[in-house]
Design a protein around this ligand. Structure first.
Ligand SMILES: Cc1cc2nc3c(=O)[nH]c(=O)nc-3n(C[C@H](O)[C@H](O)[C@H](O)COP(=O)(O)OP(=O)(O)OC[C@H]3O[C@@H](n4cnc5c(N)ncnc54)[C@H](O)[C@@H]3O)c2cc1C
Length: 337
């Protein structure tokens, strides 16, 4: 247990805040001990995986518990499928690479997403046409009130776009201990129609890609357009892509001919990056904070010296200008602490 501990290396924004207490949990027992300490001392707690989806706006007056539970196990199902369970503290991308190495398919489009496996159900991580809900079987959680272990299946997780029960009514009530996925061992379902995957594969002269080649293409695209948190602090997309009623979209189309939209029943999803760019934010810097020059949806700690409050205020200004120009209220994807 550390006291008065800097969280700067533990959040990808690189914001320099302190926690009163900081503990690492390598086992469920250590996790329970940390929770016991919190309860005894009347301290709030906060779980941390890779710190790639949090913005600390101030010091944390409580105990930060970094989840380091490790281990991956494989259970063959039938000749086509396998169940793979990874503990919460496994690094997501390393887990994806482990599966690809064994030729298990289903996670390749989710290559290079920062963070840990245990956090992946929180916002149903997704990229390039895949979300974890597509291959998710269940997760084991510790109920923080009863300290009993429970299993949440697909239905109970209520996954939505960057959403799950863990961000809604289950918020603060559970800690995810491990996650199980159902992956293919042959006849993989290759998804290349999303984003620039197809073009990237064509550039490399690949016609019938393997899952490993899809992963390579995804990695290459991500590296070319997303800032590496090791070089400049960020938490990926800062906002969710808003979904608006079709009627509102049609009326916006009359004013903004080129507005992109992805229809879904009676609503349309609009890329937040486009809206932000149209308001003149792409590449714009105020003080220590900027919108990334290649991807307006990503807010960066441009000088490395930004406070969480500065980043938060910058995001508020973006929300206000998008609201004013388009009448659309952007919602933050990043967890504000
Ligand atoms: C460059 C970059 C690119 C990104 N691209 C994508 C992308 O393509 N798609 C996408 O979906 N996301 C993306 N993200 C966001 C981020 O990678 C994911 O949200 C990831 O799942 C966060 O994992 P983490 O372990 O770092 O979470 P943390 O930041 O450590 O935690 C996030 C939240 O979950 C809580 N939490 C953490 N672990 C647990 C647990 N085991 N049980 C209960 N609560 C927990 C924390 O208290 C916090 O509120 C990107 C981020 C970056 C920096």
């Amino acid at each position: 247990m550390h006291e008065n501990f800097s969280l700067k290396p533990y959040n990808t924004f690189g914001v320099d805040v302190k926690a009163n207490y900081f503990a690492e949990a390598n086992t469920v027992e250590e996790l329970k001990e940390a929770l016991h300490f919190s309860k005894e001392n009347n301290l709030p707690w906060l779980f941390l995986g890779g710190g790639s989806n949090v913005l600390f706006t101030c010091d944390f007056n409580g105990l930060v518990i970094k989840l380091n539970l490790k281990g991956i196990s494989v259970q063959p199902q039938n000749e086509n499928e396998v169940l793979v369970t990874a503990k919460a503290g496994e690094n997501w991308h390393e887990f994806v690479m482990f599966c690809l190495d064994k030729n298990f398919g289903g996670l390749e489009n989710l290559s290079l997403i920062p963070g840990n496996v245990g956090t992946s159900p929180m916002q149903n991580i997704g990229a390039y046409g895949t979300e974890i809900k597509d291959i998710f079987v269940n997760c084991t959680v510790l109920n923080l009130e009863t300290l009993e272990i429970e299993t949440f299946d697909l239905e109970k997780c209520r996954f939505g776009y960057r959403d799950s029960i863990f961000k809604q009514e289950g918020k603060g009530k559970y800690v995810i201990l491990d996650v199980t996925f159902k992956l293919t061992t042959q006849n993989h379902y290759i998804k290349t129609e999303y984003g620039a995957i197809q073009a990237e594969l064509e550039n490399s002269g690949i016609e019938n890609p393997t899952i490993q080649e899809v992963s390579k293409a995804v990695i290459s695209i991500r590296q070319s357009k997303l800032p590496d948190p090791k070089e400049v602090g960020n938490a990926g997309s800062f906002f969710k892509n808003p979904t608006i009623p079709s009627a509102q979209f049609e009326s916006l189309q009359q004013r903004f001919e080129n507005i992109p939209g992805y229809p879904n029943e009676d609503s349309v999803k609009v890329p937040a990056g486009w809206l932000i760019e149209q308001c003149g934010w792409k590449g714009k810097q105020i003080g220590n904070v900027a919108s990334h020059k290649l991807q307006a949806l990503v807010i960066v700690n441009a000088t490395g010296k930004a406070t969480g409050k500065e980043i938060y205020d910058f995001s508020t200004e973006i929300i206000n200008s998008v609201k004013e120009k388009f009448g659309i209220e952007l919602e933050r994807e990043v967890n504000i602490i």
